[in-house]
Write a protein that binds this ligand. Structure first.
Ligand code: FES
Ligand code: FES
Length: 151
């Protein structure tokens, strides 16, 4: 089937298979920042923003993207300027590996879109779907606080 949606502020029309995952479609469209970790909705590496909400793209089917507004990590920086959330991650030393970081940034972005001044508890809750078993979360939480403070 043909789907039409907005991807990082540009309209995309593309043919998809009924059983294609949103994750695979986005990577096929060149969005290689959308990573596959677990493939089961557990790790958050594949997180994208769909209609303002963070979503595990490994659990979503490509046809479900029809008519939505989608953001991936590729769409956050503008004119060579990092998004404030990306900047805060860099400044707080919260950039971890290339697998978990894009998903962490997208969840942080989605959280701040709906709640510009989250409490620490709300940050922890907003980021709970993004796992890193090697480094930890302290600097990530600091980065989200920093991004919230600078808005
Ligand atoms: S790859 Fe989607 S949640 Fe892990
Ligand atoms: S999974 Fe990326 S640093 Fe742990």
């Amino acid at each position: 089937m043909q789907v039409r949606f907005k991807l990082n502020d540009e309209v995309v029309e593309v043919e998809v298979a009924d059983d294609e995952r949103a994750l695979d479609l986005l990577r096929r469209l060149g969005m290689k920042g959308v990573k596959e970790g677990c493939g089961e909705g557990e790790c958050g590496a594949c997180t994208i923003i769909v209609n303002g909400k963070n979503v595990a793209s490994c659990l979503m089917l490509a046809p479900e993207l029809d008519g939505t507004e989608v953001w991936t990590i590729e769409g956050l920086s503008k004119n060579g300027q990092l998004d404030p959330v990306q900047k805060a991650f860099v400044e707080a030393g919260a950039i971890q590996c290339g697998f978990c970081t894009p998903g962490m940034v997208m969840s942080a972005k989605a959280l701040l879109m709906k709640n510009p001044r989250p409490t620490e508890e709300e940050i922890k809750k907003g980021m709970e779907g993004n796992l890193c078993r090697c480094t930890g979360y302290f600097k990530i939480i600091e980065a989200v606080k920093k991004a919230a403070g600078e808005r």
